[in-house]
Design a protein around this ligand. Structure first.
Ligand SMILES: [Zn+2]
Length: 310
């Protein structure tokens, strides 16, 4: 598995700005001390959305505030240090049927335009919140677990076992043929014009390159060579890491896995541009590594309306 000389430029949600200061998480007074300090910067996640404001040059910033007494009633996680300030994430759960609060935006909506700090705070808090929401009970004995280590571990009071946030690794790949055409596929559940590059979860006991080859073969019946790593992206919907590749197909004939893939076809650059322009093709949004993989093959940015694939 080779690594390309020119990896993906400017993938959203990937820039490191926050010093996570994992060394501080073991201090049992850390969260209460920071909640009592008005200099602490609090990122508030309400359901899966947060408050944002327009910055300069089309950039969006998350709105950070000082701690308030009600924060202590919610899940609180220590996010780290930036510019000399300490950052907390406060996670407020909202009922699924609640009216969306005005002014709040989801990571999918604003991720492509967030500044680096906002992207780090939002992606990290959302990933942790999703994990806490889904892992409230001990996998050994079923007892309710409690957050410890500033929100980075859950511990079972009954048997003392500790449970760590999980990340589900997925591969996502731009498959090209010998004529340098790109393969796009429409997953079951996509909108009728929606198509994207292939993707799938890595299975236990499998390498990344083997997962690329298996997923391509299962979904469209192609064998691939030259599996090349291009970059990766945290994708907390709810808990993935997307690892991006290119791969070269040995043939062009497609055999679709019909319960997962509704359609698939090869595109030249001209065909792709024309289909995007006339609306017969909707491609992945700017926030996603899928879009960057398509643009890496294309050779530059593609202007396309921001329409959800599903
Ligand atoms: Zn237990």
């Amino acid at each position: 598995m080779a690594r390309a000389d020119h990896s993906l430029p400017d993938v959203a949600l990937t820039r490191r700005t926050l010093d996570r200061r994992a060394d501080r998480r073991g201090d049992p007074t850390l969260l209460t001390g920071l909640l009592a300090d008005p200099a602490t910067r609090v990122f508030r996640l309400c359901g899966d959305a947060t408050a944002v404001e327009e910055g300069e040059g089309h950039v969006v910033r998350v709105v950070l505030g000082a701690p308030v007494p009600a924060d202590a009633d919610h899940l609180v996680v220590y996010l780290g240090e930036h510019g000399g300030a300490q950052h907390l994430g406060v996670v407020e759960d909202v009922p699924a049927d609640a009216e969306p609060r005005p002014g709040l935006r989801t990571l999918r909506q604003v991720g492509a335009r967030l500044d680096d700090l906002g992207a780090s705070l939002f992606a990290t808090t959302l990933a942790l919140a999703n994990w806490h929401r889904a892992h409230g009970h001990c996998p050994r004995c079923g007892a309710p677990t409690v957050p410890v280590l500033a929100g980075w571990v859950r511990r079972c009071p009954a048997d003392g076992s500790e449970h760590y946030p999980r990340t589900d690794v997925a591969v996502i790949m731009a498959v090209v043929d010998d004529a340098d055409r790109l393969l796009l596929a429409r997953g079951r559940g996509f909108r009728s014009a929606g198509m994207s590059v292939l993707a799938g979860f890595v299975e236990p006991g499998e390498t990344l390159a083997a997962a690329v080859a298996r997923e391509v073969h299962e979904e469209v019946g192609l064998e691939v060579d030259d599996v090349t790593y291009l970059g990766d992206q945290p994708w907390p919907f709810p808990s993935s890491l997307m690892v991006g590749f290119t791969a070269r197909a040995r043939g062009t004939e497609l055999r679709l896995q019909e319960d997962e893939i509704a359609a698939a076809r090869w595109f030249t650059r001209e065909e792709l541009l024309a289909a995007v322009a006339d609306g017969s093709l909707v491609i992945s949004g700017r926030v996603s590594i899928a879009r960057r993989l398509v643009e890496h093959w294309f050779g530059g940015p593609i202007e396309a309306p921001e329409v959800p694939l599903r």
